[in-house]
Design a binder for this molecule. Sequence first.
Ligand code: NDP
Length: 485
Amino acid sequence: MTYPTQPTASHFIDGAYLEDTAGAEIPVIYPATGERIATVHAATPDVIERALASAKRAQTAWAAMTGTERGRILRRAADIIRARNHELSVLETQDTGKPYQETSVADATSAADALEYFGGLAGSLTGEHVQLGENWAYTRREPLGVCVGIGAWNYPTQIACWKGAPALACGNAMVFKPSETTPLCALKVAEILYEAGLPAGLFNVVQGLGEVGAALVNDPRVAKVSLTGSVPTGRKVYAAAAQGMKHVTMELGGKSPLIVFDDADLDNAVGGAILGNFYSSGQVCSNGTRVFVQRGIREAFLDRMAERLSKAVIGDPMEPETSFGPMVSERQMDIVLGYIAKGEAEGARLVCGGKRLNRNGFYIEPTVFADVTDDMTIAREEIFGPVMAVFDFDTEEEAMRRANDTPFGLAAGVFTRDLARAHRVVAGFEAGTCYINSYNDAPVEAPFGGMKASGVGRENSKAAIEHYSQLKTVFVRMGDVEAPF
Ligand code: NDP
């Protein structure tokens, strides 16, 4: 395979690529064929030390620049990313296996949006003035210091920028560890940030498995950890961060409900459920994988769903017409096939899909189960693959109770033409990100994040600023000090 955009070494530290072959080999597998397309090496203790030391060194001068100066660099990086969208989208497809039809509109572009948005915001970050009679106080909005970003494998370019852009806008440095499964894209982000003028050391990328992430999280120089990953990993990382009293953002997994009432526009509801279950072959944290369909329209919904899924173009992700690609790895494919087998064994009705495709790569058919009950494994656990579970319901009250009956709380959606009901339903959802007559939109201008076990903190929007900065309060006395003795 020709691989023109491949990064030139495993790590990017202090403004340059860095290789250290003493670290364990991590093969990079193209999910559409199973071929090895690159190899990176896990960071050794020496690489980790260089990453943290250079970040720490660079951060003070970066924080001393004006927000406008910092923002200009981020906006320049956004422009470079947009200009190279094709090349970066090809790389994203090779890292993840997602179809180019998706990556060309949803990955580098989303990363550029984050850099542009937080670049624009950087110049207007302020504290406030508090008048206290003749005395007064003011707050300074200060950076946290060195932040660690740890990414999942489903959106490697986007995750690097959703964390890196607000961190840098606020005057922090970031050391980013991508998922071992998709190590390439974040290196390109680092390369482009430096090309845009980011001083060396401020956005370092180190490779490795969980133990490299853990070494970063435990280092006393680190002030904040932002993780995108599963709930079990989130628990470990949150606990480790607590030992050092570090700030955290936790973007974790979900098992989100999507409620379709019988007055909904059926095609829109089916379209929303497709976007909420099969985009990125179902490997999206906020997916609405528990689809509650009001009993009267259930068969019409399932028929329409099966018909539309039959039109999915499954194949080579680089072909422009391909709309459905492979799972990210053989391991993830096996996990998902295991859940499908459990769904059948526990008595759910397989409406369509359910099989691995007979071709190279890690392809699973888009799969829909109906007659799913709340206690089945496929109703309780995050599958992270193209598997939709459809449930019946009769009343709004019943749907709400069952929708919220989960430890997760990342997202939730409702399709109905009754807008009063729509707003009542979203007010009742125990979820951080909700949709009315839509699903899985994630504009940078709106906060994104979870409630309950799905996370802590918010990414995107002005809300992210709160999670990458801290306030210092300064009290100013204008007269004499009156002490009791
Ligand atoms: P994992 O939780 O397995 O891994 C996430 C990252 O954490 C990886 O980089 C992993 O390293 C690293 N890691 C693992 N153990 C530790 C540790 N002890 N200390 C520090 N870092 C560690 O998630 P996946 O990569 O499998 O991603 C899928 C999960 O991510 C799903 O649950 C999904 O819902 C969630 N997700 C959440 C999103 C959100 O915004 N809420 C968005 C996207 C995904 P490595 O894998 O390299 O070993």
